[in-house]
Each structure stands twice: as C-alpha cells, then as structure tokens.
Design a protein around this ligand. Structure first.
Ligand SMILES: Cc1cc2nc3c(=O)[nH]c(=O)nc-3n(C[C@H](O)[C@H](O)[C@H](O)COP(=O)(O)OP(=O)(O)OC[C@H]3O[C@@H](n4cnc5c(N)ncnc54)[C@H](O)[C@@H]3O)c2cc1C
Length: 494
C-alpha cells in the first residue's frame, strides 16, 4: 500500500464495482490521477462472478441490454475502451429474449418477448388484439425512452429540452387510466418488478428506460463476470490508475464542509481534494464525521427506502440433457388485477466444464427469512443458517423442475441470501438494486451524486439507476458534475 504522500492532488474512489471502476476510467482518460480503494481482495463488486466446482457463477450480470452499434452500452464500452475485452453474444436470434410464464389461469399463459421494438409491439398486439390502440400509446412512450437513452439525453440534453417530470407518474396509474386488461398489465409489470419497484409506484420513465434498454438489444457475456471485472480493472491500470484491494475505507475526512481525504480501517490516511463514494449513500453517510453534513442531508439519506434483496441458487446439470437455453425464463406469480406478486428468474447456460450446464435461479430475497442471522458475520452464521439456505434452495429447484422437467445430474453449487450480498459489497440490508427509485421517493432520490461537502461526490448504481447501463450512466453524470456541464460536453464525446 502506498503512503498518502505519493497521492498528491489525486481523486480517491471508494469501491471497485462497475460504478467505481468506470468513473475511474473516465477520469483517468481525462488525465486525473485516480486511486480506487476496494475492501474486498478482488475488484468488481456485484459484477464479479465466483467459481464453484470449476464453474463461474454470475451475481450481478446475467444479461446486458443495448450493446448493438450506436446503442448506449456499446457507446459506453467503446468510450471506456473495453468492448473487445468483454466478448458478448447477442440474444434473441431464435426470436425470444425473455419467456414469461404466468402461474395459474388468466391470459396470457406465456408471453415471449422478442428482440427489437417493432417485434415487441407486434407481439403485444397479437397477444392482446382488443387493446391495439392502448398498446400503440404505451409503446410510443417506450420508443421515446429508447431514443432518449441511445441519444444520451440524460447526459447531454439541457434542462429545457429534456424533462423526466412528464413521465414521473407511476406506470400502474397510467395503465389504469388507459383501462388496460390485467393480462397486459402483468406483461408490462415484469420489468418494474425485476428492477425492484412495484408497478403502482414505478415512475413511467424509469420502467420505460429499463425495458427500452434490453428490448433495443440483449446480450450475454461469452466469458464470466470475473472476466468483465478484470477487463475494466485492467483498462484502468493501463491508463495509469491504481486499484488497492483489501482496503476498507472507514472514514471520509472533512474539515469545514470540505473533503480532505480518507482513513482506512487499517488506520492509514490518504489525502485528496476529491473523493467519490461509489458505494451506497448510506454507507458514505456512515463514513462522515458528525456535523460534516447538514442534518437535513443526513435525514434524507438515512430515510431512503431500498430495493429488496435477492436469493439465488446455482446448480450444475448434465449438459446433454439440459443444453443452454438461449433466452431468459421468468415464472411470474400475479394477482387478479395483473400485479406481479413475485417472480423467479431462470437461466440455463453452457458452463466452463465440459458436459455440464449451469442453472441459475434468482428470486426476491424474502429478507424476513434471514433476519435472525442478520447480526452475525458471514462464515459465522452456523448450521441453522446453512440448513435454511439449503432447504430454500431445494424448494426453488423443485419449482424449477415443474417448469423444465426433472433435472438430470443436478449438483447444487451454491446458494446466496441478501445477507451474502450485504456483506460482500456493503449494500444496506442486502438490497440488490440499491435505492428504491419509486414515484413516492422521486424528490428524495434526485441528484444523489451531489453532497453538501465540497469535493465529495457519489457514484455507483444509486446515483441514477441500477444495472450496468444505469450505473455507468451514473459514472458519466458524476464526472459531469465534477467538470461542469460545459466542460463535460467539450471533453467527453461519446
Ligand atoms: C443478483 C443481481 C443480479 C443482477 N443482474 C443484473 C443483470 O443481469 N444485468 C445488469 O445490467 N445488472 C444486473 N444487476 C445490477 C448490477 O449488478 C448493479 O447495478 C451494479 O453491479 C452495481 O455496481 P456498483 O458499482 O454501483 O456497486 P457494487 O458492485 O456493489 O460496488 C461497490 C463496491 O464498493 C465496495 N465497498 C463497499 N464498502 C466499501 C468500503 N467501506 N471501502 C472500500 N470498498 C467498499 C464493495 O466491496 C464493492 O466492490 C444485478 C444485481 C444483482 C444484485
């Protein structure tokens, strides 16, 4: 570890997730001296996969939207200089990106989401022929969101020509107003549920951007999340940036509301005039000394509601009996009004091991199931916790067998709970997608990359939107804040 004297005038970034690394790359490209401090022993945060039985198990990257030429994530990857280091394959070549399977009776039983906006609109109209006019209106907003997304309006448009406020009403309310059937409502509810915000409280623009990002094009990693993390980390090092792993930041040092540096859990101090917390805002708040920020800021941040956690199972299967399925499968539990109560996400992929496929199951974390172990650290939760995880995992596998048929050669590789995620990346309560970007929290979640401390900024999935696209978009917006909008437009050509 270098001492603070070797970091004059540098930018210190807390957290080497995709948010911290991408912010660091942008700044390093602009000539800043950047050091990223990461508490774990490897960079990547949620993006990083982990290996069990020779197989890479994904955590925070199952698929990626908008990687076609000219689309938003491709433009980001190209700017960051990582496109060729993150090989991907396009989904939907067989006509399906996502298969939605709805539980019980009601229309539709299945909905296949195809690639491309035209195909999506057509599929909706064929499935709900009596609602063609409503669908035209709904898809028009999603098309508009796609145009804004790929044109990078969130970064480059001025306040006058771009306003999200017109689309801030909850989508559920808009669909009620249009008189949509429960079936159509349930199909449209899946993306908002997937990003952890219930339809009745999900701002329309937020839903539309998320849906637009992967209807535009969807891709899977050809390699692993670990490779993706290494690609970003490698690029930063190539640009002269530094990553210090095993470096947990405990305190952000502030004097008269101006940031002066950081203190690590080891006691070491690093000085800098610019610090970026690419971690949850509540984590940043905990690092700030009493009185460093206005009480109103402290109150706003500590009162923020977060998205729920995720429970996941990884199992390997006999590869001949269970070859890769080229699309995602969602099993959806909905009520009579078409609101999604819960969903299970399934992915079956070819694995690194010959003759073995990887089954991943993700579902809501049911935080209450794990609450009694909440105060105990990872690795010390005891056999009861391990048994409870295993049982829950087995139940999810049985449910998956009802979808795919009996699994041949199944071997459970791992299960993780919201507590695992909480301890791995310091996400409050194990929240998967961070701050809940709901209509009711619109004001409280606005401009989260600013703080009232001079020189202290935030980045990561919480500042704008979660997901790889949302998080990298947040990195650019934080750099814009540091540089000023005019300078940003001048020096960053995406
Ligand atoms: C289960 C799951 C599935 C997902 N699937 C997808 C998907 O398919 N596609 C998609 O686009 N998005 C997906 N996402 C979302 C996406 O993974 C996240 O939005 C993104 O990775 C968040 O990146 P981040 O940098 O903001 O946070 P993180 O990855 O959490 O990074 C924060 C980093 O800060 C470090 N840190 C925390 N505290 C400290 C400290 N005190 N000192 C030093 N370092 C610290 C952490 O260890 C971590 O490395 C998924 C998320 C989850 C949880």
């Amino acid at each position: 570890m270098a001492s603070h004297s070797s970091f004059p005038e540098e930018v210190l970034i807390i957290g080497a997730g995709v948010g911290g690394l991408s912010t660091a790359i942008i700044l390093a490209k602009l000539g800043f001296a950047v050091t990223v401090l990461e508490k774990n022993y490897q960079a990547g945060g949620l993006m990083r996969s982990y290996r069990r039985d020779g197989i890479e198990c994904p955590v925070g990257v199952h698929y990626l939207g908008s990687l076609d030429q000219g689309q938003v994530l491709r433009r980001f990857f190209d700017y960051l200089g990582v496109s060729s280091a993150i090989p991907v394959s396009r989904m939907g070549e067989n006509g399906i990106v996502d298969r939605y399977l709805f539980d019980g009776c009601g229309h539709p039983g299945i909905f296949d989401l195809p690639p491309g906006m035209d195909g999506f609109e057509e599929e909706l109209k064929q499935t709900f022929p009596d609602e063609r006019e409503k669908i035209t209106k709904i898809v028009a907003s999603i098309r508009k969101a796609a145009v804004q997304l790929h044109a990078l309006d969130l970064l480059y448009a001025t306040g006058n020509d771009f306003s999200l406020l017109e689309q801030s009403r909850p989508l559920g309310e808009i669909l009620d107003g249009l008189g949509c059937s429960p079936g159509l409502r349930s199909v449209l509810a899946v993306p908002s549920c997937w990003i952890g915000v219930p339809l009745n409280d999900c701002p329309a623009y937020y839903h539309n951007m998320a849906l637009a990002s992967y209807v535009s094009s969807s891709y899977r990693l050809q390699g692993s999340g670990a490779q993706m993390a290494d690609a970003l980390a490698g690029r930063l090092l190539e640009l002269g940036g530094r990553i210090v792993t095993g470096a947990e930041v405990s305190t952000i040092q502030v004097s008269s509301r101006v940031v002066t540096g950081l203190q690590l859990a080891s006691g070491e101090c690093l000085s800098a005039a610019t610090v970026i917390g690419a971690v949850h805002p509540k984590v940043v708040l905990q690092m700030l000394p009493e009185g460093a920020v206005k009480p109103s800021y402290r109150q706003r941040i500590s009162g923020l509601k977060d998205t729920h956690g995720i429970f996941s199972v990884h199992a390997s299967l006999d590869g001949d009996s269970h070859p890769e399925i080229p699309y995602n499968v969602f099993k959806i539990d909905r009520d009579h009004d078409g609101n999604v109560r819960d969903l299970k996400y399934y992915q079956i992929l070819k694995s690194e091991r010959k003759g073995r496929s990887l089954l991943s199951i993700l579902t809501s974390g049911r935080d209450e199931l794990w609450a009694s172990w909440g105060k105990t650290k990872s690795g010390q939760r005891g056999n009861d916790y391990l048994d409870a995880k295993e049982q829950h995992g087995r139940q999810l596998i049985r449910e998956a067998e009802a979808v795919f048929g009996p699994f041949q050669g199944l071997k459970v590789l791992d299960t993780y709970t919201p507590l695992t995620v909480r301890d791995w990346v310091n996400s409050p309560g194990g929240s998967a997608y961070g701050v809940l970007r709901s209509s009711s929290q619109m004001l409280a979640t606005a401009l989260l990359n600013r703080t009232s401390v001079q020189g202290l900024y935030l980045a990561g999935q919480n500042v704008m939107a979660p997901g790889i696209i949302g998080t990298i978009m947040g990195s650019f917006s934080t750099v814009k804040l540091i540089l000023g909008a005019d300078e940003f437009r001048k020096v960053i050509r995406l």
